[in-house]
Design a protein around this ligand. Structure first.
Ligand code: ATP
Ligand code: MG
Length: 262
């Protein structure tokens, strides 16, 4: 049993909601989507965006989700992060079926276990780099001098100690993205999910961001799932899954076909 399973097994949410039966697939993977479908409705029109998605991400892996624009990548990532509820199917994260949690339990689970990096940074424009991270720590119950100290350490880890007091408008795209990564790492979540983290970055900044995410997976045993169009990331990923027209284009059994070096 891995550390996160022990942690989860001891948490009240787990005792209350996970059945005694838990499949091997759920226990051996940090992220599991099981026959996930998503349908959006607009008036009488229905639009099926995801069709019976099966997907698994092993603990400690850096996995990519690629596919053409409009294929459903952001929708799937939002479902896997518990920000959207699928029309059908289930999602297990760290052994917990998040699709069965109440709204408040889900909010707590996300706060404790998921770091999310949004496309376009999503930083608070009126707060400095340091304050943007401090706020995320405050939300996780870490306050005052402890939050300041941890925010400083996180900024150092992404190589931005000297930019602590700068506002986002005075940072480059790559620096803003590194602040967003530091913020996603606040509270040390087990799962990191990122939507197009290198889009709009030049090649050097993109490389720094990719290297940071890779180190997280490999040196810190975090599980990292990245939506991307960026072919530069393929070389450093453990696996690549392709989404096309709302379906995974290859069955799970042939995922090894896409396995990259470890
Ligand atoms: N809230 C919504 N209501 C209706 N349709 C939606 C909604 N969100 C997404 N869609 C539709 O679902 C499809 C998939 O969208 P999604 O954003 O997941 O694609 P994507 O693969 O992330 O694309 P891109 O690479 O351009 O970011 C699109 O056709 C989009 O218009
Ligand atoms: Mg998208």
């Amino acid at each position: 049993m891995t550390a996160y399973q022990l942690d989860i097994a001891n948490s009240p949410a787990q005792t209350a909601f996970t059945p005694a039966w838990t499949s091997t697939k759920v226990l051996s993977n940090a992220i599991v989507a099981d026959r996930v479908s998503m349908e959006f409705r607009s008036g009488t029109e229905k639009f099926q965006v995801l069709k019976e998605i099966d997907l698994a991400v092993q603990s400690g892996d850096m996995q990519l989700l690629m596919g053409p624009s409009g294929s459903g990548k952001t929708t799937l990532l939002s479902i896997l992060a518990g920000m959207l509820t699928p029309t059908e199917g289930s999602v297990h994260l760290l052994g917990q079926e998040i699709t069965r949690l109440s709204r408040s339990q889900l909010a707590r689970f996300r706060r404790d276990h998921i770091g999310f990096i949004f496309q376009g940074f999503n930083l608070f424009p009126a707060l400095t780099a340091l304050e943007n991270i401090e706020v995320a720590l405050n939300v996780k119950g870490i306050r005052k001098s402890a939050a300041k100290h941890q925010a400083q350490t996180l900024l150092e880890e992404v190589g931005l100690a000297d930019k602590a007091n700068q506002l986002p408008k005075d940072l480059s795209g790559g620096q803003k993205q590194r602040v967003a990564i530091a913020r996603a790492l606040a509270g040390n979540p087990q799962l990191i999910m990122a939507d197009e983290p290198t889009a709009s970055l030049d090649s050097k900044s993109g490389h720094t961001v990719i290297e940071l995410l890779r180190q997280l997976a490999k040196d810190r045993d975090r599980t990292v799932l990245i939506v991307t169009h960026d072919p530069r990331i393929i070389d450093v990923a453990d696996r690549v899954v392709y989404l096309e027209d709302g379906r995974i284009t290859e069955p799970q059994s042939s995922l090894e076909t896409y396995s990259c070096h470890r």
